[in-house]
Design a protein around this ligand. Structure first.
Ligand code: ADP
Ligand code: ASP
Ligand code: MG
Length: 436
């Protein structure tokens, strides 16, 4: 049996929902469907999930959700009408509105996009709706409860009909709703795939699979035929937003393949993500290139740092106290740089710097803002002679100044820091150096 997750764009219009129906009907193995909230219909449109967060913010500010709920209502009512469904969408939206207004949480509000989308799609497909709150479980501390969830998901196998499950959320032991982080419907799909023992986890989106690099930067980026779980994790964590980086954890142990597919071009085979890709021929030692803006580097210098016992620990204890996790930490003999997302330092930067100064008395401390990180990823890549030379020659020729280099210990990535203004050009330069 196959688990199929359809993303926000696939759920955005009546036409795309009909397309989902065609895909489901074309293969009787497609029995388990996980669905996202309707996404953007056109450039500049707002995702339903964002409207729901806005509705919750309206409730918090004015005591009652306003315009955003009406926008959501219009979208769902229009979908149900255009698809000729006999669903009282107004009544469902009234209940959602009531829930948001009676002081439920932001997570509750955000989850309702997937909830409504699944009810609608189940009706369209003639499949059974199963609420994610009943099968996806979190522990009291808010972490995902894999064991309880897996036991509950296994029970779905006894249901004879097809099933539609909302992505993105589950419930805490007291039955309140808890969501994964943004893009989390991908994780729900993986959890269901594991629980029901799927032969494949199909992740249907709006591109022909995983591109070697972000197609919004390199328009003609080639498509990957395969990539490994590990490569996927590196690339998606570093910004290749096509799949949530945590999606591999539920399915890794059982080796269930993920197949990224395009709802709008179902004949394309997409990209296959598996544990071991060594049997597939590789066009290049580089599998993919991803990146993201919005990073800050704190660079410390201190003579004899290398022999000062506990230096690193004291610096990191400051980050821990402020609840900051770091992205990278390249070090030299007397230097140490810590790369942190700008979001992580928001509003506390000066306090963190002062605290570090107090703790380790560096000779010099410098903060570099607006750093973009780029990850060049591929198994065994860092071992292959000439790979780094090719990357840096390409950046040099493009006139791009490299601010940071970090070769991860995994031998499968090289991370490069450049100024944000150079980000897109750096991605292009590296892409064409290997795939031009
Ligand atoms: P969904 O709503 O289906 O979950 P997402 O918007 O989360 O879809 O992910 C698909 C988008 O990811 C694509 O439209 C594309 O703009 C973006 N993307 C970023 N990097 C890549 C990449 N390397 N390959 C494919 N798509 C990418
Ligand atoms: N709808 C949620 C989001 O926008 C989850 C998802 O689409 O996977 O983040
Ligand atoms: Mg997504």
């Amino acid at each position: 049996m196959k688990v199929c997750k359809f993303g926000g764009t696939s759920m955005a219009t009546a036409e795309s929902i009909r397309q989902i129906e065609t895909i489901i009907q074309s293969d009787s193995q497609r029995k388990y469907v996980v669905v996202s909230a309707p996404g953007k219909r056109f450039k500049g449109d707002t995702k339903v999930t964002d409207l729901l967060y806005a509705a919750n913010a309206e409730k918090e500010q004015f005591g009652i959700a306003g315009d955003s709920i009406e926008e959501i209502r219009e979208r769902f009512v229009a979908l149900a009408n255009e698809l000729n469904l006999e669903l009282d969408m107004d009544c469902y939206i009234d209940k959602v509105e009531e829930g948001i207004n009676c002081a439920k949480t932001a997570d509750f509000a955000a989850s309702r996009g997937e909830y409504l989308a699944a009810i609608l799609l189940a009706e369209k497909l003639g499949y059974r709706f199963i609420d994610a709150a009943d099968i996806i479980k979190f522990k009291v501390d808010g972490t995902f409860d894999a064991d309880s969830t897996n036991d509950l998901v296994k029970e779905l196998k006894s249901i004879a009909t097809g099933i539609v499950i909302p992505g993105f959320y589950g419930s805490l032991p007291d039955n309140t709703i808890k969501t994964f982080s943004r893009g989390g419907s991908d994780i729900t799909g993986a959890i269901i795939a594991r629980g029901v023992g799927a032969t494949v986890y199909e992740n249907w989106t709006d591109v022909n699979g995983f591109m070697i690099t972000d197609p919004t930067i390199v328009k003609d980026s080639k498509q990957m035929e395969v990539l490994s779980y590990e490569e996927l994790r590196e690339l998606s964590y570093m910004g290749a937003s096509v799949l949530h980086p945590d999606s591999i954890f539920p399915i890794k142990e059982d080796g269930i393949p993920i197949n990224i597919r395009n709802t709008f071009e179902p004949e394309n085979k997409g990209t296959l993500i598996i544990a071991d890709t060594s049997e597939y021929p590789k066009a290049s030692v580089v599998t993919g290139i991803a990146g993201r803006k919005g990073n800050t580097t704190i660079s410390l210098k201190k003579a004899m740092m290398n022999s000062e016992l506990g230096f690193g620990r004291r610096v990191l204890s400051v980050l821990e106290r402020y609840g900051i996790s770091f992205e990278h930490m390249p070090t030299g003999i007397d230097t140490m740089s810590i790369v942190i997302t700008e979001k992580g330092l928001n509003g506390i930067e000066q306090a963190v710097i002062n605290d570090i100064k107090n703790k380790v008395a560096p000779d010099n401390i410098e903060v570099i803002h607006s750093l973009a990180l780029i990850a060049v990823v591929g198994h065994g890549m860092a071992n292959q002679m000439g790979t780094a030379a090719k990357i840096f020659a390409a950046l040099y020729e493009a006139g791009i100044n490299v601010r940071m280099i970090d070769q991860g210990s995994s031998e499968m990535n090289i991370i490069i820091g450049v100024e944000e203004k150079d980000y897109e050009n750096a991605i292009k330069a590296i892409y064409y150096a290997f795939f031009g």
